[in-house]
Design a protein around this ligand. Structure first.
Ligand SMILES: Cc1cc2nc3c(=O)[nH]c(=O)nc-3n(C[C@H](O)[C@H](O)[C@H](O)COP(=O)(O)O)c2cc1C
Length: 255
């Protein structure tokens, strides 16, 4: 999947900044304004390519509010669903969907990837699934009851340590150029189901290696963080998959 280059030029920095503030929001106190909704609906349309469809969910669909105590979504008024055409791998929804999620943050709106804790039947109905399509995730979108945080410090993120995620010692990490450290921190901030962080990543001579246990929504989210953070640092490149190793290699274009 290729993100339109115009979109990258305009939005990579905005989404990169948003990624430093994004957290899962489960308490809401209002709906997006008409203008915010229009921006998101237009983006959902732009991102709906390569077998991915992002559908805005109306308040009346009553998709949210179901789940384990404390984990349920409260007060959400509408959101969006991530839908895949038959044969499209899950990671594609993670990749396109994370752009949508980060745009919510950039618009000062809360969001939360959900694969489990929502009303699946109502969501499928509201997304008006076409032949062969499947709904893989949803997100509420709305005013976060406690607001969107200022950039979350790396220490405050509940995440695996950098040595665990990258195989680099703390010292080796500190010795990396600043832009590479930024890419690693942006990857580390990526959300994942149950906060499992089912990936490993490390810089290579001319790019980055991302290793995932299996290609899932989470993989696509991490791929998006990597590519978006690279673009925000003025570095573009291409992906290749090493299927037998479960690895994705991002190779930078020569400058
Ligand atoms: C693919 C995916 C599925 C998720 N599904 C759920 C869910 O069903 N219910 C829920 O409460 N949170 C869900 N989450 C949110 C994660 O628990 C959350 O992203 C993770 O704990 C990291 O926290 P953060 O998003 O605040 O950084 C999901 C996240 C992802 C990426």
């Amino acid at each position: 999947m290729e993100m339109d280059s115009i979109l990258w030029q305009k939005d990579a920095k905005r989404w990169y900044e948003a990624s430093r503030r994004r957290v899962s929001i489960r308490r809401y106190s209002g709906a997006p304004t008409g203008e915010q909704r229009n921006v998101l609906a237009a983006l959902a349309k732009t991102l709906s390519l390569g077998g991915v469809r992002i559908v805005m969910l109306p308040v009346k669909a009553r998709v949210f509010g179901h789940g384990l105590m404390g984990r349920s979504i409260k007060g959400a008024q509408g959101g969006a669903a991530f839908v895949l055409a038959k044969g499209t791998p899950d990671w594609c929804a993670g990749y396109a969907g994370e752009a949508f999620i980060l745009e919510c943050t950039a618009l000062e709106l809360g969001s939360c990837w959900l694969v489990g804790t929502f009303n699946h039947k109502r969501a499928r109905l509201a997304a008006d699934l076409r032949d062969g399509e499947r709904l893989v995730a949803v997100t509420p979108v709305g005013v976060a009851k406690e607001g969107i945080p200022e950039p979350v410090s790396d220490d405050d993120r509940r995440r695996k340590t950098i040595p665990k995620l990258t195989g680099l010692s703390d010292k080796a990490f500190e010795n990396l150029p600043e832009w590479q450290r930024n890419i690693i921190l942006c990857l580390r901030s990526a959300p994942s189901a149950m906060n499992r962080q089912p990936w490993r990543f490390a810089p290579t001579r001319n790019g980055f290696l991302l290793h995932a246990k299996k290609p899932s929504l989470d993989t696509g989210i991490a791929m998006f963080h990597l590519e978006m953070a690279m673009a925000a640092h003025g570095k573009r490149g291409t992906w290749s998959e090493e299927k037998e190793k479960g690895s994705w290699v991002f190779s930078m274009n020569s400058e």
